[in-house]
Design a binder for this molecule. Sequence first.
Ligand code: PMP
Length: 361
Amino acid sequence: MSRIYNFASGPAVLPEAVLRQAQLELLDWQGRGYSVMETSHRSPEFVAVMQETEGLLRTLLQVPAHYRILFMQGGGHQQFAMVPINLLGPKFNADYIVTGHWSRAAAEEARRFCNVSEAADTVAAGCCHVPAQVELRLDPQAAYAHYCPNETIHGVEFDYVPETGGVPLVADMSSSFLSRPVDFARHGLIYACAQKNFGPAGLTAVIVREDLIGHASSRWPTMLDYRAYADAQSMWNTPATFSVYIAMLVLRWLRAEGGVAEIERRNIEKSRLLYEAIDGSAGFYVNRVRPAHRSRMNVPFALRDERLEATFLAEAAACSLVQLKGHRAVGGMRASIYNAMPLAGVQALVGFMHDFAQRHG
Ligand code: PMP
């Protein structure tokens, strides 16, 4: 069986080596005669998986000692609620920088818990850029400021880290996690659902500065309190054991590939290739995002002639290039080119796009 190139936005492509390893170990994990899914999360062998996953993450992202790495379930959406629940403390105001679908969704959920002030909102302007630092209307008294460094649907990525002057900065890194280094000194908390660059769905990583833990009111469920996870090494209840195991394999793969700096270099190369193909198509393909703010992970593009979309998707699929349909909110196409997408996959897509434009242009 030959692998296709899968441009899904998430759940998304995983490294082939990871899938092969999981397949190899599925019936007989490390000579035990059972799989990793069939053992207690309290067993020494699974505790070792948890510890290795956390250790690899800490090393690969250079997470400082005073930041805790927490694993939980509930995805990005649960963090939309957990962030205000845990970070508001006695305050009642939070700033949200809205640059697309996901930062807006985070802001809407936060309204259930506090006054949300939009420090910027580029949605009406079409989500084609990120606001400049000077444009941000930040409240120095806010409990925290939230942004989404990479908007998965709109393909807009921050080219800088907002300066919040001491207000804890929170980042929804779901679709850019592990694609580039993180400047922890500038962030109080980052979170990411796993199903893009980190593993399967069912796992969410939260990396949080220690002093921001322990401020949730006791009226909230324990499961929504970061402290419960911090106090119990992320095993306050049963974690998504198989997802954690796959994430560990993904991190081992990333380390073997040269780590985050090397993967960032490749991500720059892959995304440049694709944007050059779009920009060099004499308008046959269009991406409206300002070049400095174009995502390295999610590349949305439209065909000048919308009537060709179905043909484009069908012909691409026939060339083993799949899951290229854009999100229903924006239409068009979207190629998600996460860490596990090899350069050869992007080259194949670019070759196909060129050929398709020649034939239909
Ligand atoms: N934030 C971002 C940036 C996302 O891309 C997604 C999912 N695509 C989410 C949040 C929501 O994640 P989940 O479906 O795990 O709740």
